[in-house]
Design a protein around this ligand. Structure first.
Ligand SMILES: *[C@@H]1O[C@H](CO)[C@@H](O)[C@H](O)[C@H]1NC(C)=O
Ligand SMILES: *[C@@H]1O[C@H](CO)[C@@H](O)[C@H](O)[C@H]1NC(C)=O
Ligand SMILES: *[C@@H]1O[C@H](CO)[C@@H](O)[C@H](O)[C@H]1NC(C)=O
Ligand SMILES: *[C@@H]1O[C@H](CO)[C@@H](O)[C@H](O)[C@H]1NC(C)=O
Ligand SMILES: *[C@@H]1O[C@H](CO)[C@@H](O)[C@H](O)[C@H]1NC(C)=O
Length: 377
């Protein structure tokens, strides 16, 4: 099948241009290494109060083992603006209200277009009520709003909303995949996730264009630092040959995972201009090798997406992601269809359910071999 499935929103590479991309990579690496010593200490102090759960040394200290200077340039991570630091300060007060009793929070994020009535946030929340015994998990979802209107929409329907301001970016319209604002946003989300880990909370990040059917925590590995969904799953959950989809992943709060987030963000400078998922795919071997991060991949049979929907069985499904899909209205259309199929399935008798039920092909979204992907499969 056509690969280019690195994108969590789509299965294509896009030609794009980002401020800063014009700088030769070599120069960025040089700057990064140059700032290493100072960078590490500034970034650790720049996140506001000293983390309460993890020792300070876990946050800004040198890589645990065999660190390579080009990897460790935490100071070069471009998203650590002062505005964000002050925003993140509120997290320490908010997270205790959101967390499960085992210190886990579910995080998603929305802009105005995703949060307005009838849009993705509604469908996302509706799926918890339609799902099997997962409605209570909604109480542990932190919705991160990236603009004021999204924050207002969120507060109207959801108990835990957090306003994350991404300065100088207008993120309120449905962002084009890989637009400058989109890229900035995904990196800002990583900064926030790092902060969550530093505060000692595990998190499950879920894109808001994912509907939930069953409790995903059954499938999160105790052993792994990170358990991620896949665009392409080859059958072996521990093989780094799988293609991660960082639209849905669980990270355990450990020293190693904080360092992983820090390196991931720092690696942005080595692979410009790119979004976080593509960079993660580039550095997954380094993270597993140098840092010893344990990464597990979720089977697309359960944690499904429109990219590989034909592998999925409704009877086993945990989630469905509207990936490989352009356009908010297309996502909404096909996600509502998916919820309709789920409801039909849950209405069946146990005998009827015992045979295998496959999802229908999405109508508006889908894998590149079925749809007209004008950009590049
Ligand atoms: C650091 O990593 C880069 C990229 O993986 C590699 O090219 C370089 O040789 C490494 N440097 C050292 C000192 O290990
Ligand atoms: C952001 O974009 C939306 C939609 O394009 C527009 O309605 C709004 O006025 C913009 N906000 C600012 C502050 O530019
Ligand atoms: C984290 O790292 C610090 C310093 O290296 C160490 O003292 C602590 O025990 C570690 N914590 C965990 C949970 O591994
Ligand atoms: C649900 O079942 C009804 C009745 O069989 C059918 O008409 C409808 O198309 C189904 N909905 C979906 C979304 O498959
Ligand atoms: C595919 O998309 C392109 C660009 O939108 C369009 O020009 C072309 O006619 C489409 N092809 C088919 C077979 O739909």
């Amino acid at each position: 099948m056509g690969l280019g499935l690195g994108g969590k929103e789509a299965c294509q590479h896009v030609v794009f241009f980002l401020v800063g991309a014009a700088l030769p990579t070599a120069l960025l690496v040089l700057l990064a290494s140059d700032r290493l010593g100072e960078g590490l200490s500034t970034i650790s102090s720049s996140w506001g109060p000293t983390p309460t759960q993890l020792p300070a040394s876990a946050v800004g200290g040198p890589p645990a083992q065999g660190g390579n200077t080009t990897l460790s340039a935490g100071g070069a991570a471009p998203t650590a603006t002062h505005a964000q630091q002050s925003e993140f300060a509120d997290l320490a007060e908010l997270l205790p209200k959101v967390t499960t009793d085992d210190r886990t929070v579910i995080i998603t994020s929305v802009n105005e277009a995703f949060a307005r009535p009838g849009s993705l946030l509604d469908v996302f929340r509706e799926s918890f009520r339609a799902g099997e015994g997962i409605e209570h998990l909604l109480n542990h979802v932190l919705v991160v709003a990236v603009d004021d209107a999204a924050f207002a929409h969120c507060k109207a329907v959801h108990p835990h909303c957090y306003l994350l301001e991404v300065k100088s970016m207008n993120l309120s319209s449905a962002n084009k995949f890989m637009s400058e604002a989109y890229v900035e946003l995904v990196w800002t989300k990583l900064s926030l996730q790092q902060r969550v880990l530093e505060l000692g909370y595990n998190f499950l990040f879920t894109d808001v264009d994912i509907v939930w059917f069953r409790n995903p925590f059954w499938h999160m590995s105790m052993f792994a630092d990170m358990t991620t969904s896949s665009d392409i799953f080859h059958g072996d959950a521990s093989s780094l040959d799988n293609w991660p989809n960082t639209g849905f992943y669980y990270v355990k709060a450990t020293n190693r995972s904080v360092e992983m987030l820090r390196r991931w963000r720092a690696a942005r400078a080595r692979f410009p201009p790119n979004h976080e998922q593509a960079v993660f795919n580039e550095i997954k071997h380094e993270l597993a090798g140098d840092l010893g991060v344990r990464i597990r991949f979720l089977d697309t049979a359960r944690f499904a997406g429109f990219c590989q929907i034909y592998h999925s069985d409704i009877g086993a499904a945990c989630t469905m992601h509207a990936n490989c899909c352009f356009g908010l209205s297309n996502k909404l259309y096909d996600l509502r269809e998916v919820l309709g199929q789920w409801r039909n399935f849950t209405g069946l008798t146990p005998e009827e359910k015992s045979r295998k039920f496959l999802w229908k092909d999405p109508t508006k979204c889908g894998s590149p071999d079925k749809k007209n992907w004008s950009i590049n499969p």
